[in-house]
Structures are given as structure tokens and as C-alpha cells.
Design a protein around this ligand. Structure first.
Ligand SMILES: Cc1ncc(COP(=O)(O)O)c(C=O)c1O
Length: 467
């Protein structure tokens, strides 16, 4: 007997009924989805037609332990059977979130004290901003509310976090950013470095930060938010000494540092946290994605002891802390996270990310280091990017209308390889599951190289680019 699923046109259903995030709506309504996935195993995805794809992006930089992990399925099922839900308002508690909070604090970079759980990176960053405001209200500094972020930073899409995100496509049409957010330049060597060495480039970026603080007034600025390595904005690795210098400025002006570890946390850079790899000593940390390898939506805000003590003080002034989500500290999310952290620890995936990362960067250099279309190859651990330029020296971007990176990612998909064209420039990214093998890395890089060559030929033929 044939199963009913064989007759269903999923692509057409999707085209007619799904409202997709970060998607060209008119194009989707006409052409439908690029692909409809139906299965996943390890670093591989399979679509409804049975075609297999190597997922070079671990979904959206999040499936750290790979697809189809039975241990996680069991942890989720067991928890659903035992205690499917318990809220955390008004001092209600359940066992798994308590275990998870202790484990996260014990392994956190720097002296963190508590974890507040949420559901997504975006809501966690909204929580961060509210904590900074509350903290400064309790301290009697009600003017100290502005938040500094960086152009190309990605911190989410909610009304507050979407403004922290420094990408025009996230602001356009949404009346963002809100008025208390300020952006400074990203530490992007290709476009902002102008041939400077690391020390001079850092000095230039710090000068800009100092000037912004001087113009706005330090007494109006509450915090700066930063990803250790910027992900969606281009996989941007800062020059040596950058965060050390940034932190010295922030400390001088009594400005908190929020480390957005949503991508970098849980092994991606070959360290448990990006802060360890890049030398950040944050007051507040945002986590999501890799904490559950995206098997369950769970995020967290980690708070330093110093910030925590002030929040506790706030009770005298404001009563019980008036913020939280129905799904904060969800027991299934916490059980999933605990099982996921067990896998990362037991399989040595943090160390594996460092070792496989070296292989990835060697292969990326071999495949793209000398390619005439490539402006920069960059990354660290199991995160990397290749940025394409119309001219190399000095670098000149392609006309965005040519959609170079989008075409490359599209060709790669046709070849069964998933990469991601990042929104801010002609960059494709690599962020595979930490379980990827060297052979799979070779297939991934080879597949993208073929796609790049194919688009290079097209551009050459159409007269849009010449060697
Ligand atoms: C660094 C960073 N912060 C925050 C977010 C937002 O997370 P979410 O999409 O879960 O809201 C993302 C998502 O990609 C991210 O990369």
C-alpha cells in the first residue's frame, strides 16, 4: 500500500502556506522552496526526493553534534514522559534546569554567577538589554542606557536585538534600530583595515570607540555587545589585541561588556567559549544554538556575580524581578542540553573542532587562497568564510545586483553541498557540525570550489568580470 506522503507536494504546500524568515517573499511565492528536507544523519541532510547534501553550516551554525543523535532523542522522550513542563516563575523549579545552570556556571569563562533561561538568541539579547537598564536604575544611574554594537554584528531580530544587529537588511522597513543603539566599525581587515598592521588597525578602531563615547557621554552608555568572532556579518576575526583594548576602554568608562556567544559557544572555535579563544572577560554572556545543538530551542543569559548582586539589590526598589518567559527553564530543553553537553565532552568535540578546524583552513587556503575572485579567506576552529571581490588590490566589491555569493551557494546546493551566502557582502560561510571528518571537509570544500568556478565562468562570459 502506498503511503499518503508519496502523493504530497510539500514544495507546493510550502509555497502556498509558509511565511519564511529571511526570504525574498515574492520570489518564494512564485518559485517555492529551494529544497525540502526530510531527514538528517551526522553531517548529512536528505531531501524529500532522497538526494543527500553535506551540511557545511550545521543548519544555522547550531547543530554542533550533528543530526540524528539517538542520545538526544532519548533524553527528550524521557523528559517528556517524566516531567514535560514546569515553569520557573515565582521560585518554582525543576531538577534538570537546576543541574544545567550549575554546569554552565561551572564551565563558564570568567566569574559568572547565574543563568537566566530563554528560548532564542534574540530574546536572550533583549533580556541582556533589560538587565543593563535595570542594573543601572538600581545603581542610581538612570541615564546610562545606550548600547554600543558593531556594524555587521548579528544579535537577533526582535525589536531590540534587531537594532543591535548591524545589518541594513534587518533594519530596512522595520523602523530599526531603536534610538538608544549606536554602531561602531567592525574589525574587518578587508574593508576597514586599509593595509594597516594589527596594532595600527586596533588603534584606529579604539579611537573610533573613544570618540563615540566622548560625543555621547560615558554617563549615557550602559553596555557594549560583541560576538567574539562575528558570524552572520561575515565570519570576521578581529586583529590581535582588539578585545584587550576594547575592554580597557569599557572598564575606564564603567560600561558593561556583553559577549554574544550564540555561535562561538560550545566548541565552535576549538574552545568551550569564544571568550576564551579571543580573550574576552564579559560581564554578561548570551548563549543559544550549540547549547542544545538546536534539538530544542533554548537560550541563556549568564550574569557575573557583580551584576547579580546589583540585580538582587533591585528587589528593595522594584519588588520581584518582573521579566520571564513561559518556556524559561523548560525541562525538556534543559534535559536536551545536558545530554548534548555529555556528547560534546565524551566525544572530545571541542578538541576535535580545533584539529578539524586546522584541516578546514588548510583546505580553504588551498582551494581559494590564490583564486582570482577571492578577496579574503578567514576563520578559526570550525568556522570559516571566503569573501569574493571584483578586484583584489585594492579590494573592490561586486555590484550587489550580481548576487555573486548567492549564486555560488545556489550552485553548491545543486551539487549537494550546503554553504551560506552571508547578507552583508559576497561571502560564503563554513560552520559544519563538530563531528565532521577530514574526508567530509574535503568534499565540502571541493563542492564549493566547483560552484565558485562555475559562477566565475558565468561572470566572465556575461562580461561582468575579467581576470
Ligand atoms: C551571534 C548571534 N546572536 C544572536 C542570534 C539570534 O538567535 P535566534 O535566531 O535564536 O534568535 C544569532 C542567530 O544567528 C547569532 O548568530
Amino acid at each position: 500500500m502506498s503511503t499518503p506522503t508519496q502523493k504530497i507536494d510539500f514544495a507546493d504546500l510550502d509555497r502556498r502556506y509558509s511565511f519564511h524568515p529571511f526570504t525574498a517573499l515574492a520570489q518564494h511565492e512564485t518559485h517555492g522552496p529551494a529544497v525540502v528536507m526530510a531527514g538528517g544523519d551526522g553531517v548529512w541532510l536528505e531531501d524529500v526526493e532522497g538526494k543527500r547534501y553535506i551540511d557545511g553550516m550545521a543548519g544555522l551554525w547550531c547543530v554542533n553534534v550533528g543530526y540524528g543523535r539517538k542520545e538526544l532523542a532519548e533524553a527528550m522522550r524521557d523528559q517528556a514522559e517524566t516531567l514535560s513542563y514546569c515553569h520557573a516563575f515565582s521560585s518554582m523549579s525543576s531538577d534538570k534546569p537546576a543541574l544545567l545552570a550549575e554546569r554552565l556556571v561551572r564551565n563558564s569563562p570568567g566569574p559568572m554567577s547565574k543563568v537566566f533561561f530563554g528560548n532564542s538568541g534574540s530574546d536572550a539579547n533583549d533580556t541582556q538589554v533589560k538587565l543593563v537598564w535595570y542594573y543601572n536604575n538600581v545603581r542610581g544611574k538612570p541615564k546610562k542606557k545606550k548600547i554600543i554594537s558593531r556594524r555587521r554584528g548579528y544579535h537577533g531580530v526582535t525589536v531590540v536585538s534587531g537594532g543591535l544587529t548591524g545589518l541594513p537588511g534587518v533594519h530596512a522597513g522595520f523602523d530599526l534600530p531603536l534610538q538608544f543603539i549606536r554602531h561602531v566599525s567592525p574589525p574587518h581587515r578587508l574593508w576597514e583595515g586599509h593595509g594597516l598592521d594589527d596594532a595600527a588597525f586596533v588603534a584606529k578602531l579604539i579611537d573610533e570607540l573613544e570618540q563615540l563615547i566622548a560625543v555621547e557621554g560615558a554617563d549615557t552608555i550602559g553596555a557594549m555587545i560583541a560576538e567574539p568572532i562575528m558570524g552572520a556579518g561575515g565570519v570576521i576575526v578581529p586583529p590581535d589585541g582588539y578585545f584587550e583594548a576594547v575592554q580597557a576602554v569599557l572598564k575606564k568608562h564603567d560600561i558593561l561588556l556583553i559577549a554574544d556567544e550564540v555561535i562561538c559557544g560550545f566548541g565552535r572555535l576549538g574552545h568551550w567559549f569564544g571568550s576564551e579563544a579571543l580573550g574576552l572577560e564579559p560581564d554578561l554572556i548570551t548563549i543559544a544554538k550549540g547549547v542544545t545543538s538546536a534539538y530544542f530551542p533554548l537560550s541563556g543569559v549568564m550574569v557575573s556575580e557583580e551584576v547579580w548582586r546589583t540585580l538582587v539589590e533591585g528587589e528593595k526598589k522594584y519588588g520581584p524581578f518582573g521579566h520571564g518567559y513561559t518556556y524559561s527553564a523548560h525541562p525538556i530543553g534543559a534535559a536536551t542540553a545536558l545530554a548534548n553537553l555529555d556528547i560534546i565532552e565524551n566525544e572530545g568535540l571541542v578538541e576535535a573542532a580545533a584539529v578539524r578546524g586546522e584541516h578546514l583552513h588548510k583546505r580553504l587556503q588551498e582551494a581559494f587562497g590564490e583564486h582570482p575572485l577571492v578577496g579574503e579567506v578567514r576563520g578559526r576552529g570550525l568556522i570559516g568564510a571566503v569573501e569574493f571581490v571584483a578586484r583584489q588590490d585594492p579590494p573592490q566589491a561586486f555590484d550587489p545586483a550580481l548576487k555573486v555569493a548567492i549564486r555560488i551557494a545556489g550552485k553548491a546546493l545543486e551539487n549537494g553541498v550546503i554553504t551560506r551566502a552571508l547578507p552583508a557582502a559576497d561571502t560564503v560561510a563554513f560552520s559544519p557540525p563538530l563531528t565532521i571528518s577530514d574526508d567530509e571537509i574535503d568534499s565540502l570544500v571541493h563542492g564549493v570550489r566547483e560552484a565558485v568556478d562555475s559562477v566565475t565562468n558565468e561572470l566572465s562570459k556575461s562580461g561582468d568580470w575579467q581576470a
